[in-house]
Design a protein around this ligand. Structure first.
Ligand code: 13P
Length: 234
C-alpha cells in the first residue's frame, strides 16, 4: 500500500458549522501521501462539495430499493457524491442487532453501487478474555466480506472510546491474522485499518505496524486540532 488511509467516523456528532470548520482546516493538506475520508452523518454529506477530501457515510440499507421507510440505499449515497460507507460498525451490531448476514448484504449493495465499504470487525472484552478473538474475527471476515473492493477496519470493541488500545504486539498479531484470512479468500491486498482510541499521540506508532494500512478515528476526528496531528503522523 503506497498511501495510508485516514478515515474519520463522526458518529452522530457535529453540525453544519463543524463541517465547514473541518473543510477549512483540511483545504491545504497535501494529499499525495494520504487518503483522507470523512464519514459524516448522512444529512451532512450533501456538504461534501466544500470538502477537499473524500466523504463517506456510516451505514446503508441492505436492500436495493423499495418500501423500506427510513432507509437510504447505497445507490442514493453514491449519487450525492460519497465514495465510502462504514458497514457493520460495532455500535450498529450492538444497538441495531446487525448480524454478519445483514452486514454482508449491505456490503454487497455498497460494492454494486460503486461505494467502498469499510467493513468493521472486532471482539468484545468478554470474547478477548475467553481467548476467542481470532475465532470471532475470522467468522466476521468470512461471513461479511463479499469480495474485492472493500476495506477492513479492525476495531477491538473494548477499546472504542475507552482511551486505551491493544499493545503494538497485539495489533501486529491481529492485523497479520486478518491479512492471512483475506489472502486465503483470494482477497490479498485488501487494506486493513486499525480503529479504537487513535489519537495524535499514538497514530504514527500504530501506522508503522506491519499490515496497518491506516486508521479509522472516532472522537479525535471531530475537531481539526485533534484530527490534523493524526494526518501529520503519516
Ligand atoms: P474512538 O476513536 O472514539 O475510540 O472510536 C473508534 C471508532 O469507533 C471509529 O469507528
Amino acid at each position: 500500500m503506497d498511501k495510508k488511509i485516514i478515515a474519520g467516523n463522526w458518529k452522530m456528532n457535529g453540525n453544519m458549522d463543524a463541517v465547514a470548520l473541518m473543510a477549512d482546516a483540511l483545504k491545504n493538506i497535501d494529499l499525495s501521501h494520504v487518503t483522507i475520508v470523512l464519514c459524516l452523518p448522512m444529512p451532512f454529506v450533501g456538504a461534501s462539495a466544500i470538502l477537499s477530501v473524500e466523504t463517506g457515510v456510516q451505514d446503508c440499507s441492505a436492500h436495493e430499493s423499495g418500501a423500506y421507510t427510513g432507509e437510504v440505499s447505497a445507490r442514493m449515497i453514491s449519487e450525492i457524491g460519497a465514495k465510502y460507507v462504514i458497514i457493520g460498525h460495532s455500535e450498529r451490531r450492538q444497538y441495531h442487532n446487525e448480524t454478519n448476514l445483514v452486514i454482508a448484504e449491505k456490503a454487497k449493495q455498497a460494492l454494486k453501487s460503486g461505494l467502498i465499504p469499510i467493513i468493521c470487525v472486532g471482539e468484545t472484552m468478554e470474547e478477548k478474555q475467553a481467548g476467542e478473538t481470532n475465532t470471532v474475527i475470522e467468522k466476521q471476515i468470512r461471513e461479511c466480506v463479499p469480495g474485492k473492493g472493500a476495506i477492513i477496519a479492525y476495531e477491538p470493541r473494548w477499546a472504542i472510546g475507552a482511551g486505551m488500545t491493544p499493545s503494538n504486539e497485539e495489533i501486529k498479531r491481529e492485523h497479520g491474522f486478518i491479512a492471512e484470512i483475506l489472502e486465503s479468500m483470494g482477497l490479498g491486498g485488501t487494506p486493513i485499518l486499525y480503529g479504537a482510541s487513535v489519537k495524535g499521540g499514538n497514530a504514527a506508532e500504530i501506522m508503522s505496524i506491519p499490515n496497518v494500512d491506516g486508521v479509522l478515528v472516532g472522537g479525535a476526528s471531530l475537531k481539526a486540532e485533534d484530527f490534523l496531528p493524526i494526518i501529520q503522523a503519516v
